[in-house]
Design a protein around this ligand. Sequence first.
Ligand SMILES: Cc1ncc(COP(=O)(O)O)c(C=O)c1O
Length: 364
Amino acid sequence: MNTQCWIGMPVEQLPTPALVVDIEKLDRNLATMADYLARVKTNIRPHAKTHKTPAIGHRQMRAGAVGLCCATVGEAEVMAYSGIPEVMIANEVVDPLSVRRAVNLARQARVLMIVDDPQNVRDIGATARQYGATVDVLVDLDVGLDRCGARSLEALVALAQEVERTKGLRLRGVFGYEGQVQFIADRQERTAKGQDSNARLVRAAKELSGLGMNIEIVSGAGTGTYDIAGEFPGITEIQAGSYIFMDGTYQKLGLPFEQSLTVLATVVSRPSADLAVFDVGLKGISPERFNPSVQGCGAGAIEVKSLSEEHSVTRLSGAAAPKPGDKLHFVPSHCCTTVNLYDSMFAVRQGRVEAIWPVAARRA
Ligand SMILES: Cc1ncc(COP(=O)(O)O)c(C=O)c1O
């Protein structure tokens, strides 16, 4: 498809469903985060799983990021080969082929890997020596998410000692993502639980430093805890991802970020007075946490009742009366799983397409 033909076009004329990002809102989100972190003197290594889009990764670097987090080796390759100088693969990498890819990438860019298993440490080290590479490593502590990560301080210390003993690896710090806290609606509870996780991570960092180990990086946090971890003494960087786009889930927390990402959809049927059917379904928007909401329907409301592969069936109330052919913006409940459905996104300024950004790390 010659996507250039959409440049300059009013957003309402785009073929739907279309993934749309409002550049001005995106940039304001970047600036809001950067201003806050400058005040509290904490770094950001934003999670690129949210956008999978080098054009946005480079915007984050220009806004002061120290590097990017990536969910997979493929995502890290796409970001590093686009010129991002430092990528953290923020998940354990264990299968031998993926380890070789990650270690090879460390010869092209600065790569940080996270580990929670001594054998994996030895395997990455052996591959690093074979490739003549040095890989930076953070040891992963479970801070309550109950996913990966060492389950005790003793296990973490043993792991860090293994990293220190292993030629080809360089211990850089500790990693602990408090995913279980991100969406807690009550601010006080979110703060208390976030601080508890942060305290566990910082305590571990101090323990390792006390043993003479090199702990420069203490990394955790997402969008829901950015300003809890951001000002927690000892946390050096946060990994927030969704703050750039926001979504229905994060909107409920009242954070100071704007909804910059939407899916534009067209009314394709008005089967009855209170129903409208749009041309976006499960293949165009993720209902992962709950159904999407619909923006800008005047005095009325449009509630998404159900989604099938290509359709959303919505119920109209009040004065909402969209006609077949009308286009409206849908807000997904989760931005990251929605972006992953598209090969590119339309970057829009003042209602007109300014650029089309490839979601280059999609499926990577
Ligand atoms: C390791 C890690 N860091 C940070 C995040 C935060 O992402 P977000 O800000 O999108 O919630 C996630 C989300 O899943 C994650 O897995």
